[in-house]
Every structure is written in structure tokens, then in C-alpha cells.
Design a protein around this ligand. Structure first.
Ligand SMILES: [Zn+2]
Length: 128
């Protein structure tokens, strides 16, 4: 159990996605089958930690459990390998959040599971 949890955490920290061995397309989060060519010949691939904002939205009503993080930006980030990630932007001044802005991945505590007390980590991005 513990080993499995560490493996999952490791994947999170290292931003491990997938790469299609047939056509070279890269994905995050990981996929089992390539969406471009349909091949199931997929390998693990570390994603670049930087990219740029493709599009974003500001949520005026924060999601339940995220009230302390308002204003809350959700963005689609295109990583430098072309993979797209839906993510939250953190620690980024309002005026810096714009389409095309360069961003960098960071691992943050996302929430604490109420029942187990387990701290859940997730990806966030910061405008650089
Ligand atoms: Zn492919």
C-alpha cells in the first residue's frame, strides 16, 4: 500500500505523462491509447514543466472547498511538447494572467481528505 502511494506521488511530482511510440504524440494526464493514431503502444514520458496559457477563465464563485483561494483561475496550458493540461493558476497577479503568458508547474497541497486526513497533492501552475 505505502509503496503504491509513493509511486502515485512520484508520478505527480515528476509530471509523468504518456508518449505514443508510433506517432510521437504526448499526453498529460497519461492515456492508454493514442488519440491521434489509435495505437496502444504507449510509454511513460516526463512532461516539460513549462508552457503557455492557451485560454483561461476566472471563477467568480469559487468551487466548494476552494473558497480561500479566490480569485480562482482555471486555465488550459499548452506544455512545450504540445500536451494540454487543464489546471488551476496560483500565486499569479491578476494583471499577469493572460493568453500566451508563460507558466511553470508546481506541486501544491490541493486538499486534505476529511475521512483519512490524507493530504492530496495536485498540479498548479504559476505565471513566470
Ligand atoms: Zn500515436
Amino acid at each position: 500500500m505505502a509503496i503504491q502511494a509513493w509511486r502515485v506521488k512520484d508520478r505527480y511530482y515528476r509530471l509523468i505523462g504518456s508518449r505514443c511510440r508510433k506517432c510521437g504524440a504526448e499526453y498529460f494526464p497519461p492515456v492508454y491509447r493514442c488519440r491521434k493514431c489509435g495505437s496502444a503502444d504507449i510509454e511513460d514520458r516526463q512532461m516539460p514543466k513549462e508552457g503557455s496559457i492557451l485560454t483561461y477563465t476566472r471563477l467568480h464563485e469559487p468551487l466548494p472547498g476552494f473558497e480561500a483561494q479566490a480569485p480562482f483561475y482555471l486555465a488550459v496550458v499548452r506544455l512545450d511538447n504540445g500536451a494540454r493540461v487543464l489546471t488551476q493558476l496560483v500565486d499569479s497577479p491578476e494583471e499577469s494572467v493572460r493568453t500566451g503568458a508563460r507558466v511553470r508547474a508546481t506541486v501544491r497541497r490541493a486538499r486534505v481528505d476529511g475521512e483519512t486526513g490524507l493530504i492530496v497533492y495536485g498540479y498548479k501552475f504559476i505565471v513566470v
